[in-house]
Ligand binder design. Structure first.
Ligand code: ATR
Length: 286
């Protein structure tokens, strides 16, 4: 007879609405194969109206998953409806990774860890800085601000088209974070060692403004959390102006690591083959 837990212990999901473009199944599928784990990870579309029911079914085991990822637009609801959110997700008010423990839904947010792991891998030493500039104040910006602050960066300038949204984040994340209108961008870039674009500017061939990166410290790192295209217009400009650039794909890959370890019990590594698999998929759907 099969242990009833056996039927769902190794099955994980990614849910969002819509979800069909998610690359997470490719990432986790690669690692499952690499480790030879007889589990699964699949996209599971849930509408916002149905999400509370989905959480009940996850908790009582009837949906058959041991945990999974949550993406737009469910991240806030996943946090609110989880039983044991950790401190990271509580400060963000949003969760992207869920797992079951003793019949309770535990929640965390791994976006910030993915962001810094990507920089650690591709721009080692990036954190020997005192000032960072973050463009944008949406959902994605929060995890980046939290992670950069937690790494010890003393001053984080958040610059946003809608200044009030930047101010909300400054209030949320404490003294290290200062809010500015977009008109102050050049001024706050002076001497900064890290510039992060968290807006959708330049995504999928959309136009992006020209930015003069020259006020940044020499050797500063410029990164974009947008990864389609891989080299966004902002990254291209920064590279042409002589700055180190880091694309956003690694953030997607690295944010997946803690979830895989929770659900499947092995800590995976982000390697070049995985990166190439995702790049090929992006090219195939360009
Ligand atoms: P996400 O969760 O992906 O961060 P979001 O919450 O919609 O998405 O936030 C998008 C961010 O991109 C915001 O900072 C937004 O600025 P506003 O707060 O002023 O809306 C920024 N953004 C989007 N389009 C922009 C544009 N054309 N110019 C400047 N900023 C833009």
């Amino acid at each position: 007879m099969r242990d009833s837990r056996e039927t769902f212990v190794n099955h994980a999901f990614v849910t969002g609405y819509p979800i069909k473009h998610s690359r997470s199944p490719l990432i986790h599928g690669y690692w499952l194969k690499q480790f030879g784990i007889a589990g699964s990870y699949r996209a599971y579309e849930v509408t916002p109206e149905a999400f509370p029911d989905f959480m009940h079914q996850l908790r009582d085991g009837s949906v058959g998953f041991c945990g999974g990822n949550v993406t737009i637009p469910h991240k806030e609801m996943a946090f609110e409806l989880s039983d044991r959110p950790d401190e990271l997700s509580a400060e963000l008010g949003a969760a992207n990774t869920l797992w079951l423990e003793d019949g309770k839904i535990c929640a965390t947010n791994t976006d910030g860890r993915g962001f810094v792991a990507n920089l650690d891998e591709r721009a080692s030493g990036w954190d020997r800085i005192s000032t960072a500039v973050i463009l944008g104040a949406g959902g994605a910006s929060r995890a980046v601000i939290q992670a950069v602050r937690d790494r010890g960066v003393k001053t984080i300038h958040v610059v946003n088209r809608t200044a009030a949204r930047a101010q909300e984040l400054a209030d949320r994340f404490g003294r290290a974070v200062e809010a500015h209108p977009i008109t102050a961008l050049s001024e706050v870039m002076a001497g900064a060692g890290l510039f992060v674009n968290t807006t959708s500017l330049g995504m999928d061939g959309e136009p992006a403004p020209s930015i003069d990166f020259s006020p940044l410290a020499s050797g500063a790192v410029v990164t974009d959390i947008v990864y389609v295209p891989l080299k966004t217009p902002l990254l291209r400009q920064a590279e042409e102006q002589g700055f180190r650039i880091v694309d956003g794909l690694g953030m997607l890959l690295h944010q997946a690591v803690p979830g895989f370890e929770k659900w499947f019990g092995r800590r995976p590594v982000v390697d070049e083959t995985l990166r190439q698999i995702i790049i090929e998929d992006m090219d195939a759907h360009a």
